[in-house]
Design a protein around this ligand. Structure first.
Ligand code: NDP
Length: 335
């Protein structure tokens, strides 16, 4: 286990030149790292939908080139100029623009800001943290947000859309752990057994929500965790019960939202925005502590696959095609 930066280390880089945007494995030196006060030896990262977009060279996610993608990382502190963390402390980092605006988790070393880091909760490790990752953290923020808005297990079924994906799978598991009756919406009916094993009481087809076109449909959901957006989100809002709440997390099915004000003014439905990237530090720590309690590694085992860094370019295409089930941990360097 190294406690100092080596002369060279491996990274997946995104490059842009006259021929376009491409991914390339490169050997970097410490001088290639961005400014920051804390160096982390990255043992694990993860694969999120956003990482898929970045590594596939789709516009919008990466704001600068060349860059190391990977919006999540976990490992151990090598050095911290602020004195907040001792060398060897296990830490995790999600969001704050890593893997988008500055180098992220797909490299054996990262230089970041200490204030962005979260210490690994007691009893957890870097692989667990990355099996949760931004997707699971986002699901946790969505569940906390629903709870803050008064959604309780007694208030009726809670709907999770894009349920077989990363955010969706962890939302199903977290809601079930908190005692909610969960209905999982998926386009992959073959994943019904998987979703039930996570705690879903019912599984419905992806097509059922976009079909809800009227401003107010029959009241069904006490709360919703939506990772799909578009017509799916519109249908979910229209069928949310009086004083229920909808947490909008994602856009896997579309970024538009055509709705009316009726669910909001006639049923008091709340639409809650979830942004994991800029979530303030105290809320982050509270969410990670709850994740450690409600989603121990044993519960995540069936949701998670571990793949080497070398597989990331191929995995990027798969997650964009909706073919990745649950969460993918990327093993970056030996733990
Ligand atoms: P995944 O690809 O793992 O999951 C997305 C799921 O959405 C798929 O598994 C699929 O679920 C469903 N889906 C995909 N395409 C469509 C479609 N065309 N129509 C309807 N459903 C579709 O991604 P993540 O879980 O990592 O992310 C989900 C979304 O949340 C993304 O849009 C992502 O950008 C966003 N996100 C937002 C964050 C935030 O801070 N707000 C943080 C993290 C993610 P199924 O097979 O079950 O139908």
């Amino acid at each position: 286990m190294s406690s100092s930066l080596p002369a060279t280390f491996r990274a997946l880089r995104m490059l842009r030149d006259d021929t376009g945007i491409r991914a390339e494995f490169q050997t970097l030196t410490p001088a290639d790292l961005p400014p920051g006060d804390t160096v982390v030896r990255v043992t694990h990262s993860s694969l999120n939908y956003k990482d898929g977009l970045a590594v596939a060279g789709r516009p919008g996610v990466l704001k600068t080139y060349p860059i190391t993608p990977g919006i999540d990382l976990a490992g151990e502190v090598v050095s911290d100029e602020t004195g907040t963390y001792a060398p060897g402390q296990g830490v995790l980092l999600t969001g704050w623009g890593i893997g988008e605006r500055q180098d992220g988790g797909y490299a054996e070393y990262a230089r970041v800001r200490a204030e962005w880091l979260v210490p690994l909760p007691p009893g957890t490790d870097a692989e667990w943290a990355m099996s949760v990752g931004t997707a699971g953290f986002t699901a946790m923020l969505a569940v906390l947000s629903l709870e803050e808005h008064g959604v309780t297990p007694g208030g009726g079924e809670v709907l999770v859309t894009g349920a077989a994906g990363g955010v969706g799978s962890t939302a199903v598991a977290l809601l079930a752990a908190a005692g909610f009756t969960v209905t999982a919406s998926t386009g992959r009916r073959e994943e019904e057994g998987y979703l039930r094993s996570l705690g879903a009481a019912q599984v419905i087809g992806r097509e059922e929500l976009p079909a809800l076109k009227r401003p107010l449909e029959k009241e069904r959901w006490g709360g919703v965790v939506d990772s799909v957006g578009g017509e799916t989100l519109a249908g979910a809002i229209a069928s949310t019960r009086t004083h229920g709440a909808v947490a909008a997390c994602g856009l896997a099915g579309g970024s538009g939202l055509q709705t009316t004000v009726f669910p909001f003014i006639l049923r008091g439905v709340s639409l809650l925005g979830i942004d994991s990237v800029t979530c303030p530090a105290p809320k982050r720590r509270a969410a990670w502590e709850r994740l450690a309690r409600d989603l121990p590694a044993s519960r995540l085992a069936d949701v998670t696959q571990v793949r080497p860094l070398a597989d990331v370019p191929a995995l990027a295409g798969q997650i964009l095609a909706g073919q990745v089930r649950g969460r993918t941990v990327i093993a970056v360097s030996p733990a």
